[in-house]
Design a binder for this molecule. Sequence first.
Ligand SMILES: Cc1cc2nc3c(=O)[nH]c(=O)nc-3n(C[C@H](O)[C@H](O)[C@H](O)COP(=O)(O)OP(=O)(O)OC[C@H]3O[C@@H](n4cnc5c(N)ncnc54)[C@H](O)[C@@H]3O)c2cc1C
Length: 470
Amino acid sequence: MPVEKYSRAPEILEHSRRIARKFDLYRNALLGTEITGMSWEEDHGRWRIETNRGDSFTATYAVMSNGPLNRPKLPGIPGVETFRGHAFHTSRWDYDYTGGDCTGGLDKLGDKVVGIIGTGATAVQCVPHLARGAKHLYVFQRTPSSVDYRGDRPTDEDWVKSLQPGWQKERMENFNTLVSGGFAPVDLVQDGWTDIIRNLLFIAQKEGNAGLSPEKLAELAEIADFQKMEQVRGRVDEIVKDPATAAALKPWYRQFCKRPCFHDDYLAAFNRDNVTLVDTDGQGVDAITPHGIVVRGQEYKIDCLVYATGFEVGTDYTRRAGYNPVGQNGLSLADHWKGGMRSLHGLFVHGFPNMFVMGPGQAGFTANYPHLLAEQAVQIGYALGEVKARQASRFDLEDEAEQAWVDTIIDKAMLRQKFLEECTPGYYNNEGKPGDRSRQDSSYGEGPNPYFAILKSWRDEGELGGLALS
Ligand SMILES: Cc1cc2nc3c(=O)[nH]c(=O)nc-3n(C[C@H](O)[C@H](O)[C@H](O)COP(=O)(O)OP(=O)(O)OC[C@H]3O[C@@H](n4cnc5c(N)ncnc54)[C@H](O)[C@@H]3O)c2cc1C
């Protein structure tokens, strides 16, 4: 059982190791190995897979699950390549340079001036540690995050003893229902996410609202959103002492324009004498020089630059995966998806037999991401079992089934188009440019639960609809 409500890195790592031991992955998986190529061998009805360690092996079926945010992104700031101090991306944290470990204690930074670019979910976590460790910290901000109360606490042992088998699934589904705007009689998780949604998405279910038009409900939702964001902005005033810094840290956009953040030390870090917020008023940093960062003509000299600039979203899937599967007739996935993603349920792709894709594209977007993976794993297990039960060894997705799902995804994405267009730039809206391509690459617009229901009814029908077996 996790020792606290929000698990920290060492505990998550230990859990991952436990999984690897239980399923004998240290012996059976190629850990620390990168897939560099994947091609369909039509004559043999199998995939050939190549790795960066010179392996070449075959597989009847292939599942791609490369992660939604796995390729670090550096900003396209002029001069980025000229910086001569020490620099690293947050996902490649250089503890040799900073000292400390993932619990903090960055004790080698005491004589260093550090700059951090980016104020999203990662920066919110590392700024308090950098603030404690560095001689001086400059935080360069394009748009502030919305940072609400987190309230981590030890797991209650009595509560643990009261749990019955199946509790984890029940809790996961309860959370997903609540954060997707559905109704559940109890809130088993009780955190910032469920609180936000209770305020924002339950408008339609509130007493007296049942008969209201969609326009009126949207208006009420916008007011509730504003009230919630006022509370988040009010929290900045309560914590941050300098009024100008507080004003710059206030988010002026709707709650789900960006990933909501929760942290109890981030805002307080700006009260320290050794921390300076350099707000760029939505414009971003102007330039990087060999020894500093330039904002509105002023150069801030630094020894170390930390890029908290996130991960690629919206770039080509095959670029992020680091390999480009070649399917039937020599067609590569990059070419097949040149005009946007094409699939059935985000899982099957026409022209790529015996291949599954796991991830949010044309699938469901869950606030608890592993929930999506768990549902997709059930679907994959079911499909493989059925193929075997029907004495087949190959499935092909039909063109028409793929086109129908692409049309559905584009159609449903229109539901969020206006909302996204009005948001400040970020990874939720393709850096401020939501368009045809991002609509087609998006998740199912009605939300994860209706998407899961579609997967379930596909299973219940028992027809493997859209797939041809041989
Ligand atoms: C800052 C941040 C905060 C987040 N917060 C949350 C959160 O609060 N809740 C939440 O649910 N999710 C969160 N996420 C999303 C998070 O990415 C997922 O929850 C989860 O890690 C995804 O699991 P995954 O296995 O799909 O991908 P990953 O954990 O990214 O794993 C993908 C794996 O595939 C490997 N891989 C990729 N390409 C190749 C290749 N060519 N060959 C071999 N291996 C390859 C990668 O090395 C990696 O090990 C957050 C992500 C970030 C970056």
